[in-house]
Design a protein around this ligand. Structure first.
Ligand code: MUC
Ligand code: MG
Length: 373
């Protein structure tokens, strides 16, 4: 039988509204922009993937526009005519000719896995070696910018049994104000919830140690990327001294970054993100480095929609250890879907489908409506 080959690769930019403004230190999101990747193969199967970032170029060095432009101008030509079922060969070919661009590579790798799963009748998790769980506990990010509103939102999530892990986005305000905000929320929620913070690199090292101490003493259990990814020795110092666990997020822009962070002892938890490693298979290489180094794992998000969220979830369900659970809540931040069936959230967890591929079908009308033309 002839091997199916890749016949067409397309990237579509989609803008979707958010349920409320989402305030991060570097950007306030009022919408989310997804890049939807479609890979059409000669056997008639189409794989779908997603390459999504936050705030244009505010978070990383790829934007939705650059992702689309690079896929159209460079990725597509390298993939056309290649064996659609040989994901190792396709991704090696991309890595040989294209440096970096892990967000774009992640959407492509996800789409190839989706197509192969549909072809073989297997969920992506099974292509990745097999799942060891069917659901993932999901944290919610409180980022309305207002303490009382954040507490009310958390109470609502607890009542609905939707989330009991909360991540607070801080860093943009004066440190004392941010610390008071976090302490007030932890005090209101008490032992009913885990409260974590993400500083998105905004603290100078000179304030970070004291701030980490205040947070740790007030019951915050995890501090994500308190200082710049560039300050490696500062991260090592903080990781040794902070009473709360330090998690690396922006510090990991590749699997190789994960290795050098582990070797330096610069974090005790890694945020796993498919977009920053180059896909669901690539992120598992970072997970393996962490496991070998005794570093705990957390399933991170770039606030992807349904497709990127399930691409991440299929990888994360194959992991033995996910001590800090996940934050795969992206679809819940959006008011609209572009797939026919939304991912299932209940009892604090995301339930990962067992249908072939990622387990999602595009809703063509809604995709066309929300696409940027
Ligand atoms: C980040 O920095 O972790 C994930 C959740 C959220 O609200 O923002 C992100 C990005
Ligand atoms: Mg982060």
């Amino acid at each position: 039988m002839n091997q199916p080959v890749i016949e067409r690769v397309s990237a579509t930019i989609v803008d979707l509204p958010t349920i409320r403004p989402h305030q991060l230190a570097m950007h306030t999101m009022r919408k989310q922009t997804l890049v939807i990747i479609r890979i059409r193969c000669s056997d008639g199967i189409e794989g779908i993937g997603e390459s999504t970032t936050i705030g244009g170029l505010a978070y990383g060095n790829e934007s939705p526009e650059s992702i689309k432009c690079n896929i159209d101008a460079h990725f597509s030509a390298l993939l056309l005519g290649q064996d659609a079922g040989n994901i190792n060969a396709a991704m090696l070919r991309l890595d040989k000719h294209i440096t970096g661009n892990t967000f774009a590579k992640s959407g492509i790798e996800s789409a190839l896995l989706d197509a192969q799963g549909k072809r073989l009748g297997l969920p992506v998790s099974e292509l990745l070696g097999g799942r060891v769980r069917d659901s993932l506990e999901v944290a919610w990010t409180l980022a309305s910018g207002d303490t009382a509103r954040d507490i009310a939102e958390a109470e609502q999530m607890l009542d609905q049994r939707r989330h009991r892990l909360f991540k607070l986005k801080i860093g943009a305000n004066p440190v004392a104000q941010d610390l008071a905000h976090v302490v007030a929320i932890k005090k209101a929620l008490g032992e009913r919830a885990s409260v974590r913070v993400d500083v998105n690199q905004y603290w100078p090292e000179s304030v970070a140690l004291h701030a980490c101490q205040v947070l740790g003493e007030n019951g915050v259990d995890l501090i994500e990327q308190p200082i710049s990814r560039i300050n490696r020795s500062g991260q090592i110092r903080l990781n040794q001294r902070s009473p709360a666990a330090i998690m690396a997020d922006e510090s990991i822009e590749s699997v190789e970054d994960a290795f050098s962070l582990a070797a330096d002892g610069a974090a005790s938890v890694f945020a796993l993100k498919i977009a920053k490693n180059g896909g669901p298979r690539a992120v598992l290489r970072t997970a393996q480095i962490a496991q070998a180094a005794g570093i705990s794992l957390y399933g991170g998000t770039m606030l992807e929609g349904a497709i990127g969220t399930l691409a991440s979830a299929h990888a994360f369900v194959t992991l033995k250890e996910l001590t800090w659970h996940t934050e795969l809540f992206g679809p819940l931040l959006l008011t609209e879907e572009i797939v026919t069936e939304a991912p299932q959230y209940r009892d604090f967890a995301l339930h990962v489908p067992r249908s072939p591929g990622l387990g999602l079908t595009l809703d063509e009308d809604r995709l066309a409506f929300f696409s940027r033309h």
